[in-house]
Design a protein around this ligand. Structure first.
Ligand SMILES: [Zn+2]
Length: 604
């Protein structure tokens, strides 16, 4: 069934994060490079101070931080005292600022004339100093899409945080070699009114950004997607990376919200006004359980807590976005590292039917009530979070930050979410003068380049090429060699991928090896049709001399001999059949157009 999104009052906004291509970090001169060894490490435990928490639920933060140890591994070659907040920051990376200004111009933003560097508190441990520097560069821009204009609210330049490398027990390890990479953050207005519109805007902004000097490839661009519908809530889904699948993500969030609205209606019909109640320790009832998971928890001195949700029976089986409502509720326990088991599940299968019927008695729960348990070392907070979330069903949908989970999302701790900002007093405000503004030139956009390419390549290949990571290599190669642009494009887009699929060692196809092959082609020493074979030989470790020798094009008099022979022995055949015979014989060592020309001459 088609969903009428305008009827639902769908509004989607995006926050796009794009890493910039930079030699150095944003506020020091340390190189951005992958370090091989990490000979130094700092261990920290964070104690968030009330004032830093902003809107974040302090209990949840406390719970999260209580036992966490953070380890920051670094190498003095790629990290310095600025990052550890033991030295004041250096001047801002000027190239990064210029790129941010270019982005503002391309997005038609008003550029702020005095830039203030701010510190943004980071309370999830991903910054060793506990903050991230950020500055607002432009605002109030817009971008056109086929579904209408989309407002750009803000463009910020900031330091990217470090990705967690390892989580083991309560210890989280970060590596600092790739942290503090300059990053542009673009926030759109919630102007998109259909899932396809959201994708079109993300695609357009992505293409504009990739016209600039930015990092390409997996993880270099991330999208936060916020979705709201009438009667629902504004939900932010963080960290979605698959641009092509934004429509499914939005659809799933819309259907999750619609299900929650339905559940609210159903509860009202069933006369549920609130969900109160405490969890009860029912560990004793499981002393003889046949469920192996629970038995294991009990041997490890764990506890089992139970609660009932009044007249919720049957609701947990309901679809809710990309999963069931049961899974949805369970993710609130999941934020504390637990899961729930409940009476809407197949209890016979889990060998828990007997225990659940006893719990039902003990709790005084009727057949319309749902019974659930949470088991583990210390499940009190987890089950309380589930009961609280179930209670919110009566009111509607809570506003919350979620993280992308496949094509849907799941509740996570309210982290890092809304942080507090305060001025960075170590850096003077930066004035953007008229002269600086004049000197910022925007490059040809990928969209303009795509239109130009359509004159050289088929529309489909041009489209695919500008979106691909290979595009800048294509530009370099096509500038350097006077050969058919299609052969360069198809080599980069398809041939190399095909060799990789066949498990050949494509690492050997370096840029310089590729240039050697195209040089042979330009000098007409090998034919166009031999290029895949040449690359295959590179993978097998053959030298360029080997390739030139074994794929050398057949001299024209030699070729004519072969063709004459074919025409004589199969004189009754049609041109196309003869062509096939000859091409098979020469095995790519002659150009198709040359073979055709000689063939026609000989057939006369
Ligand atoms: Zn540094």
């Amino acid at each position: 069934m088609m969903t009428d999104y305008s009827k639902l009052g769908l509004r989607v906004g995006l926050e796009i994060h794009q890493q910039l291509n930079s030699e150095t970090k944003l506020f020091c001169r340390c190189p951005i490079k992958k370090s091989e060894s990490f000979n130094q490490a700092i261990k920290r435990k964070f104690k968030p101070v009330a004032g830093e928490l902003g809107d974040v639920d302090p209990a949840a933060i406390y719970e999260y931080m209580r036992n966490k140890n953070f380890v920051y591994s670094y190498d003095s070659e790629s990290s310095c005292l600025v990052e550890l907040d033991d030295d004041p920051p250096k001047d801002m990376n000027e190239k990064a600022l210029r790129t941010a200004l270019q982005a503002c111009k391309m997005l038609n933003c008003r550029i702020i004339d005095e830039l203030y560097v701010m510190r943004k508190t980071v309370i999830d441990g991903s910054s060793v100093s506990g903050f991230q520097r950020t500055l607002l560069v432009g605002m109030n821009g817009s971008v056109e899409t086929e579904f209408g204009n989309v407002g750009i609210m803000t463009v910020c330049l900031e330091e990217d945080s470090a990705p967690a490398i390892k989580k083991e027990g309560d210890t989280v390890e970060y590596r600092l070699d790739r942290s503090l990479v300059p990053l542009i953050e673009i926030a759109t207005a919630p102007d998109m009114h259909s899932p396809e519109h959201a994708k079109a805007a993300a695609e357009k902004i992505g293409l504009l950004l990739r016209s600039l000097d930015v990092v390409r490839g997996i993880g270099s661009i991330r999208q936060d997607v916020n979705v709201s519908i009438v009667g629902g809530a504004r939900i932010e889904i963080k960290g979605f990376q698959e641009l092509e699948k934004i429509p499914q993500l939005v659809q799933n969030e819309v259907s999750r919200q619609l299900s929650l609205i339905e559940i609210k209606g159903e509860l009202k019909k069933r006369g549920v006004r609130s969900v109160a109640g405490n969890a009860k320790d029912v560990t004793d009832m499981f002393s003889k359980t046949k469920n192996s998971m629970i038995r294991k928890i009990i041997t490890e001195k764990g506890r089992i807590l139970a609660a009932s949700l009044p007249r919720f029976s049957g609701l947990l089986k309901k679809e809710c976005g990309h999963h069931t409502f049961g899974k949805e509720l369970s993710s609130y326990a999941g934020a504390y590292g637990y899961g729930i088991m409940h009476s809407d599940e197949d209890l016979e299968k889990h060998q828990l039917a007997w225990e659940f019927s006893r719990i039902r008695e003990t709790l005084g729960a009727g057949k319309d009530d749902l019974v659930l348990i949470v088991a583990g070392r210390d499940p009190a907070n987890a089950i309380a979070a589930v009961i609280e979330r179930a209670g919110q069903c009566v009111q509607g949908i809570p506003e919350e930050t979620r993280v992308a989970d496949g094509l849907g999302s799941k509740y996570t701790r309210p982290l890092p979410g809304t942080e507090r900002m305060y001025p960075e007093t170590d850096i003077q405000p930066i004035r953007i003068t008229e002269k600086i503004l004049q000197s910022i030139k925007t490059p040809k956009t990928l969209l303009e380049k795509r239109e130009e390419l359509k004159k050289l390549l088929s529309e489909e290949i041009a489209e695919q090429l500008v979106k691909s990571r290979e595009f800048s290599l294509f530009e370099r190669l096509s500038k350097e060699y006077k050969i058919d642009a299609t052969i360069i494009a198809t080599t980069l887009l398809f041939t190399i991928k095909d060799l990789k699929r066949r498990n050949l060692n494509v690492e050997k196809i370096t840029e310089s090896a590729l240039k050697d092959v195209f040089m042979l082609l330009e000098a007409k020493k090998i034919s166009k049709d031999s290029v895949p074979k040449a690359l295959e030989m590179l993978c097998q470790g053959k030298t360029i001399a080997d390739i030139a020798r074994s794929l050398q094009v057949i001299a024209e008099n030699e070729l004519r001999k072969i063709i004459k022979e074919a025409v004589k022995s199969s004189s009754k055949e049609k041109e196309s059949v003869l062509m096939g015979l000859v091409m098979k014989k020469v095995q790519g060592k002659a150009d198709g157009s040359t073979v055709m020309r000689i063939l026609r001459e000989e057939m006369k």
